[in-house]
Write a protein that binds this ligand. Structure first.
Ligand code: HXC
Length: 258
């Protein structure tokens, strides 16, 4: 399909999605979100793709939901269309790993979409914030929950109550992002990391993602039990035999995703 608000490309075994509404700092309009959902579905269904990178521009990953589009919404409209569950949560439902490569602003819904990804690689120019309070609302796409789990109550509360932004250094210090890279190298590094993930056996990649996610949804005992069952199950895969044989034979594994 033809996309108007995003650019969708394949780089080796990586699906690359670039948010592309430069005039609005990649504000997440309904049309953009619908396209994002379609692109993610496409990569999810494509056997050649093992990981996905989601990025924006040098100036903005995304400056939030489209304020101009939502300004006149009524409660009834929001409620009936269940604003924002449709489309937005596609990012958190993808089973293949999704890396957010963030340069510039990741604000409001932009920060929330980045946090729905499996991890965030930040350029040294990245700025994160939940400024919804300054618009008379609160985060609506998981910000109060995910930011709190990622950086802890005190910092999340301060950011959400004041709208203060965090720079890349503070974001790394507080665990919001996995690493900071120089802005000029962000995309190259994100694609390299994604290609490495795509080169692993897919059953173990999906299982690893599912197991880490379970840490957020369960008690420690249940999570550890879930992990162990998946760990056992992976011994039924050809990739486990190949991975361990390759180690013994001192060669690189050749995973077949089965
Ligand atoms: C619509 C936006 C936008 C947004 C920027 N623009 N952010 N349009 N929605 N979220 C538009 C501006 O109106 C402007 O268009 C153009 O992009 C460039 O932005 P400027 O403000 O001129 O740029 P700058 O001075 O560099 O300031 C950058 C900025 C500022 C600090 C990021 O744009 C800003 O504060 N944006 C809003 C951030 C925000 O409040 N996000 C939360 C949204 S609520 P024109 O046509 O004037 O040139 C949200 C709720 C999510 O996300 C809940 C789930 C749905």
């Amino acid at each position: 399909m033809a996309y108007e608000n995003i650019i969708v490309e394949t780089k080796g075994h990586v699906g690359l999605i670039t948010l592309n509404r430069p005039k609005a700092l990649n504000a997440l309009s309904q049309a953009l979100i619908a396209e994002l959902g379609k692109a993610l579905d496409g990569f999810e269904a494509d056997d050649d793709i093992g990981a996905i990178v989601l990025t924006g521009s040098e100036k903005a990953f995304a400056a939030g939901a489209d304020i101009k589009e939502m300004a006149s919404k009524t409660f009834t409209q929001c409620y009936l269309e269940d604003f924002i569950t449709k489309g937005w949560e596609a990012v958190s439902k993808v089973r293949k790993p999704v890396i957010a490569a963030v340069a510039g602003y990741a604000l409001g819904g932009g920060c929330e979409v980045a946090m729905m990804c499996d991890f965030i690689l930040a350029a040294d120019t990245a700025k994160f914030g939940q400024p919804e309070i300054t618009l008379g609302v609160i985060p609506g796409a998981g910000g109060t929950q995910r930011l709190t789990r990622l950086v802890g109550k005190s910092k999340a509360m301060e950011m959400i109550l004041t709208g203060r932004m965090m720079d890349a250094q503070e974001a790394e210090r507080s665990g919001l992002v996995s690493r900071i890279v120089p802005a000029g190298e962000l995309l190259e590094e994100a694609l390299k990391v994604a290609e490495r993930i795509a080169s692993m056996g897919r059953p173990s990649v999906l299982a690893a993602k599912e197991a880490v996610e379970r840490a957020y949804e369960s008690t420690l005992a249940e999570g550890v039990r879930f992990e162990r069952r998946l760990f056992h199950a992976l011994f039924s895969t050809d990739d486990q035999k190949e991975g361990m044989a390759a180690f013994a034979e001192k060669r690189q594994p050749n995973f077949k995703n089965r």
